[in-house]
Design a protein around this ligand. Structure first.
Ligand code: GLU
Length: 283
């Protein structure tokens, strides 16, 4: 069975980029009659923003992106991570330094995977992977460790996330190998850019999803627009409802090009959905 997860860190109010990641995971899960898990990755205490977790939950609920099972919070699972860190220390794969536990990937290793976005082969040499921390001196695991322990224990089959995580993937593959676990499939979504092709920001009209809601955007328009940010069937069709997207969504139709966020397009779609819903109400 397909099982995917959305694994946000509560470090801010979700914007269109991370919400699109949640949505693509959801569409993929529902299309394949699988499960969509929500896991709050809150092990980096310094970066946690008050209210961020509530905002994540509110946005998913408003958009109708429902998660399966119970909400998981990594801060509730600290003992579990420590057990796995100890296993790597015992196997002499990890070492202690300055109160933290580190991993150095052997230089002669090679890591390779076929990314589900574009079916492209991505490879890294061990010598290019930085030494990294798996357990901090405060007893909290890092993202790398907690993320792969949970993906393994939760039987995640596909990791669908932003392409900014590609450089972390060789570290994760090394951890899977060290534990003797089967890695999931990876699909790295191209980062959304603004109309000037720079990293998307408020300057381009991008806002938190809650801001869009407040301004009167319909969830139907936001969902429809998010689908267009990287997914397309190769036809001119632009209007899709949530149900239609669930029927149609496949990873093979996710593009390798960076999608461009254009607030005018979102406004146009919002108009289309407002009219369509008004017509349905009259009927
Ligand atoms: N906690 C990471 C984030 O904030 C998750 C990345 C991943 O999906 O592996 O995006």
């Amino acid at each position: 069975m397909v099982r995917v997860r959305f694994a946000p860190s509560p470090t801010g109010i979700p914007h269109i980029g991370n919400t699109r990641t949640a949505f693509f995971n959801y569409l993929f899960a529902k299309h394949n009659k699988g499960e969509f898990i929500l896991r709050i990755e809150d092990t980096d205490k310094k970066r946690i923003v008050k209210g961020a977790e509530e905002a994540i939950l509110e946005i998913l609920e408003w958009l109708g992106i429902k998660y399966d099972g119970k909400l998981i919070r990594q801060s509730d699972r600290l003992d579990l991570y420590k057990k796995y860190v100890q296993e790597l220390l015992d196997k002499k794969i990890a070492h202690k330094k300055e109160g933290a536990v580190w991993i150095k990937v052997p230089e002669d290793k090679k890591f390779e995977w076929i990314d589900k976005v574009g079916q492209k082969k991505i490879s890294f040499a061990g010598k290019d992977v930085d030494e990294f921390v798996i357990l901090k001196s405060d007893g909290y695991p890092t993202y790398h460790l907690a993320n792969i322990v949970d993906d393994h224990l939760m039987e995640i089959t596909h990791v669908i996330r932003g392409e900014e995580w590609i450089s972390s993937t060789p570290k994760h593959l090394y951890l899977y190998e060290s534990f003797d676990w089967e890695p999931p499939q990876f699909a790295h979504l191209p980062v959304i850019l603004g109309t000037d092709r720079s990293k998307l920001s408020k300057r381009h009209g991008a806002q938190s999803i809650l801001d869009y809601r407040e301004k009167g955007y319909l969830k139907e328009a936001l969902l429809n627009y998010m689908a267009m940010l990287g997914w397309n069937l190769g036809s001119d069709r632009e209007i899709f409802s949530m149900d239609e997207l669930i029927k149609l969504f496949e990873l093979k139709d996710v593009n390798t090009a960076n999608p461009i966020f254009d607030v005018k397009k979102l406004e146009w779609l919002n108009g289309v959905w407002i009219r369509s819903i008004a017509e349905q109400d009259i009927k």
